[in-house]
Design a protein around this ligand. Structure first.
Ligand SMILES: [Zn+2]
Length: 233
């Protein structure tokens, strides 16, 4: 299990034998970093058995059109599949960001987003819903846990054998626009539905995991129940 901290967003590689599961994939401009992270552990993009996506925001799917061919399955929750097919859109707009540019961290972060292609509208026409319920038959045997709120189809991934939870943007431990580190929610402008995001922390609190791999920020060691309680506004 490899947790990769990108410049502004993270991804996770679950390796097993000659194949890997990739969870999330960074911005369009992160494609070389994603390739490099695979290379460092001895894998090529062709060995990605499937990509699991927490949600359809550009910082989590951006590199995929360049990274994988149509033959690599990309799975999300059924709701989020419609999001990445472009049927609807739930993402902070450049105007949302500009309105907050006076806040600490927003300007440098906004410039970074521009550099890495974060204003592109990327869709994944071949993305599909999970092929089964429960643990997926993929490296790492990840279990999707639906956590709607940040986006309507947001999904976390539990690795029960390892006590690990990949939380995407439901719970993070830091962000360039946040002055603090540790378990927290992203700034309200980033959530499609903040109330629902807070509600779904209850789902995380009920899980048995003590290593938290967030979409933004550092690894957090400690029970997810405590981390989720700390993140409550
Ligand atoms: Zn994100």
């Amino acid at each position: 299990m490899h947790f990769v901290e990108g410049d502004a967003v993270n991804w996770v590689v679950l390796a097993d034998g000659d194949a890997v599961t990739l969870i999330d994939a960074g911005y369009p401009g992160d494609v070389d970093a994603v390739r490099q992270s695979l290379d460092l552990i001895g894998y090529r993009p062709a060995q990605i058995a499937a990509v699991l996506v927490t949600h359809g925001h550009i910082d989590h799917i951006g590199s995929l059109p360049q990274l994988v061919s149509g033959s690599t399955p990309v799975y999300l929750s059924p709701t989020e599949v419609r999001h990445v097919h472009g049927e609807y859109r739930e993402q902070a707009t450049p105007v949302d960001v500009l309105r907050n540019v006076h806040r600490p961290g927003f300007l440098p972060w906004g410039l970074h987003v521009l550099r890495v292609g974060g204003t592109k509208h990327v869709t994944l026409p071949d993305a599909a819903p999970f092929p089964a319920e429960g643990p997926l038959d993929l490296p790492g045997r990840p279990v999707p846990v639906l956590t709607p709120g940040h986006t309507s189809g947001h999904t976390c991934y539990l690795l029960p054998e390892h006590g690990v939870i990949v939380t995407g943007d439901t719970l993070v431990t830091g962000h360039p626009t946040s002055p603090v580190t540790g378990p927290q929610l992203l700034h309200p402008i980033f959530h499609h539905d903040l109330d629902r995001t807070v509600e779904t922390l209850g789902t995380l609190e009920a899980l048995d995991a003590d290593l938290v791999l967030p979409g933004h920020g550092r690894v957090h060691r400690g029970p997810i129940a405590d981390a989720a309680a700390r993140a409550r506004p």
